[in-house]
Design a protein around this ligand. Structure first.
Ligand code: SAM
Ligand code: SF4
Length: 348
């Protein structure tokens, strides 16, 4: 092979490594900013959504995610807004399934999604057929009235049916619960017992300072997971697990039930040193860190040319700027490092 062609082939295939020697192997992509719920910690009730022309088309999302897979991404998580309300989203899952276990860098090991569960009853079989083996479903309460209150527009039975359908289709379900002081504190054991009974893993998430919620409201909602974990320890024997995902999650096993419980604490701990992930918004902005404002526009190179080389260059340039870590900090009585965008924009 001539030297130049060889170098080009190298460039296409060389994996993404950031300035802190972290390989970028995990991509989270938001496929829409829209949602059929309005969770109070995530969205305003009357959200102004983006004009459709700003959103990447399904074909553009395919090109973009495929470029990342070509650069060594091994895990793709589809999120939103609510990913399953995007029109024809199954076409995208079908397209991404071609990367499972294939490609010059080995392709994808995992194709997965985070969903509110409202549309799972409709799509579970098709998702499983596309090679989705695990799904994260967000569920903060098992009380129908509370559920309606926190999601504003959501209905609990519909979500529970969706979870059943996912299970029936052979997918493993992980429940994600945002820990909210004064809201679901008293449901800690109910949620843990229900998940153990149903065979779901359970992960608690600390509420993060996203969007435009008032500072007081946010601090009022903040329930430190160190406290949650201590309370869990009053009834269960917690054995820390060595498992690491490269993200801000740590896991324990409850010896009495064998269940795995996760804690995502982006605010009280800093696990950025092992960060292996980046995020793309539904408009094609690449965020190298969830807690920082720096971003790279990938829509422009996508739309400027059918050739993927400029897109790959833009991705490499952005990864070269991936920061060491975030600046979230609740420890002082004000929320430092708050970023102004909503979680539904970057996709959680
Ligand atoms: N709509 C889907 C869902 O709810 O699972 C996917 C997108 S949602 C933005 C992804 C995750 O972010 C959900 O688990 C949600 O609970 C979480 N989330 C949203 N706003 C948050 C906040 N301010 N702090 C912590 N987690 C948040
Ligand atoms: Fe929608 Fe998920 Fe945000 Fe709730 S957390 S409003 S379900 S995007």
């Amino acid at each position: 092979m001539p030297a130049r062609a060889y170098l080009c082939a190298m460039d296409v295939q060389a994996p993404l490594i950031d300035p802190f020697a972290r390989p970028i192997t995990y991509l989270r992509v938001s496929v829409t900013d829209r949602c059929d719920f309005r969770c109070t910690y995530c969205m305003a009730e009357h959200m102004q959504f983006l004009p459709k022309r700003d959103l990447l088309t399904l074909e553009e999302l395919d090109r973009l995610c495929s470029a990342f897979v070509g650069l060594g991404v091994r895990k793709l998580r589809v999120t939103g807004g609510e990913p399953l309300v995007r029109r024809n989203i199954m076409e995208f899952f079908r397209a991404m399934s071609r990367h499972l276990g294939a490609g010059p860098n080995g392709g994808l090991d995992e194709l997965t999604l985070t969903t509110n569960g409202s549309q799972l009853a409709r799509f579970a079989d098709e998702l499983a057929d596309c090679g989705v083996r695990r799904v994260n479903v967000s569920l903060d309460t098992l009380d129908p009235d509370r559920f309606a209150r926190i999601t504003r527009w959501g209905r609990l039975p519909q979500v529970l049916q969706g979870i059943e359908a996912a299970k029936a289709a052979g997918m493993r379900v992980k429940i994600n619960t945002v820990a909210l002081k004064g809201f679901n504190e008293d449901e800690l054991f109910r949620l843990a017992d229900w998940c153990a009974d149903q065979g779901h893993d359970l992960t608690f998430i600390e509420v993060m300072p996203m969007g435009e919620m008032g500072e007081e409201e946010r601090l009022d909602q903040y329930w430190a997971l160190s406290d949650l974990r201590a309370r869990l320890g009053e009834r269960f024997t917690l054995t820390p697990l060595a498992e690491r995902t490269g993200g801000p999650a740590r896991y324990v096993r409850l010896e009495e039930t064998g269940q795995k419980i996760g804690f995502i604490t982006p605010l009280t701990h800093n696990f950025c040193e092992s960060c292996n992930r980046v995020r793309i918004t539904c408009t094609g902005e690449l965020f190298m860190c969830l807690g920082q404002e720096d971003r790279a526009d990938l829509r422009a190179p996508l739309r400027a040319s059918q050739d993927d080389a400029p897109l790959r260059d833009a991705i490499r340039e952005a990864i070269a700027r991936k920061p060491k870590g975030h600046d979230f900090d609740y420890s002082r009585r004000h929320v430092a490092g708050q970023v102004s965008r909503f979680m539904s924009h970057t996709g959680g």
